[in-house]
Design a protein around this ligand. Structure first.
Ligand code: PGA
Length: 281
């Protein structure tokens, strides 16, 4: 299964949320019986999470009603486990946050914790995005604390790594990525972990890393995890991010070792994002 993550960053409003979700269901609604080959994660600004979660819960209950008609079963005859499965776990759209605080609670004005994000049913958190590292001075040490808190709150971290262009020009990108991985991942067990390789020079620039560059790095990241850390990861997915759009997405997803995409600009409008999903359905 591939995972495609939409990272809205600080863009879009509630009108766009409504349009996007409506279009999503039109194009992509897949019933639970179908093979789900793509998991879609939406990471909007935090203020929209609760609103979207409520809509997804309602849609989940509609789905339960549909199943109860289909199987001639009263809704109250479903067990709690089945309700959880149909209303929450089988959501066609998963919710993610773009960041979390480095503590679970306390005097941290402006921050939102992983524990709070869990309350609005976030299943993923993007952590250590290069824009957070650049504009909020996040170090690997802070990133590592956030990853630990996501896991502690039963949320899957999407750890972002990626080198600046001068590091690549100097030929030091592998070393740089190895350090980022080793210092951003706390030594804990992971039920599920996503790492997004996003070369900084490819983010929002229209320049995508070449398939060869991506494949080399994918191979390297898998190797570092295996040989340089002794972290136990049950399910690992490596995503690529950086100027992904509907014309390059299929080619990137076909690269060996790449299990998904982190999409910024091309995810804001569903016309374009829908094409990325449909290409890879
Ligand atoms: P982009 O952003 O697709 O606009 O390059 C990707 C990201 O920063 O996650």
């Amino acid at each position: 299964m591939k995972i495609i993550v939409a990272n809205w960053k600080m863009n879009n409003g509630f009108d766009e949320v409504d349009q996007w979700i409506e279009a999503f269901y039109e194009v992509f609604f897949k019933k639970i019986e179908d093979d789900n080959v793509v998991e879609v994660v939406l990471c909007p600004p935090n203020i929209m999470l609760d609103y979207i979660d409520t809509q997804l819960i309602e849609d989940g209950f509609h789905f339960l009603e549909y199943l109860s008609e289909k199987y001639g079963k009263q809704p109250e005859e479903f067990s709690l486990e089945e309700i959880k499965k149909y209303v929450y776990d089988s959501r066609a759209l998963k919710l993610g946050a773009q960041d979390c605080g480095f503590e679970n609670e306390g005097q941290f004005t402006g921050d939102v914790s992983a524990k709070q994000l869990k309350e609005v049913n976030c299943e993923y958190i993007i952590i250590g995005h290069s824009e957070r590292r650049k504009y909020h001075h996040e170090t690997n040490e802070i990133v590592s604390k956030k990853v630990a808190l996501a896991v502690k709150n039963d949320i899957t971290p999407i750890l972002c790594i990626g080198e600046p262009s001068e590091i690549r020009q100097e030929g030091k990108h592998f070393e740089y990525i190895k350090n980022q991985i080793k210092n951003s991942l706390p030594f804990i067990g992971y039920k599920k972990l996503l790492i997004a390789y996003e070369p900084i020079w490819a983010i929002g620039t229209g320049i995508t890393a070449t398939p060869i560059e991506i494949a080399e790095m994918a191979d390297f990241v898998h190797n570092v995890l295996k040989t340089e850390t002794s972290i136990f990861i049950e399910n690992f997915y490596l995503l690529y991010g950086g100027s992904v759009n509907s014309s390059n997405s299929s080619e990137i997803l076909d690269i060996k070792g790449i299990d998904g995409l982190l999409v910024g600009k091309a995810s804001l409008n569903f016309d374009e994002f829908g094409k990325i999903l449909m290409n890879n359905k």
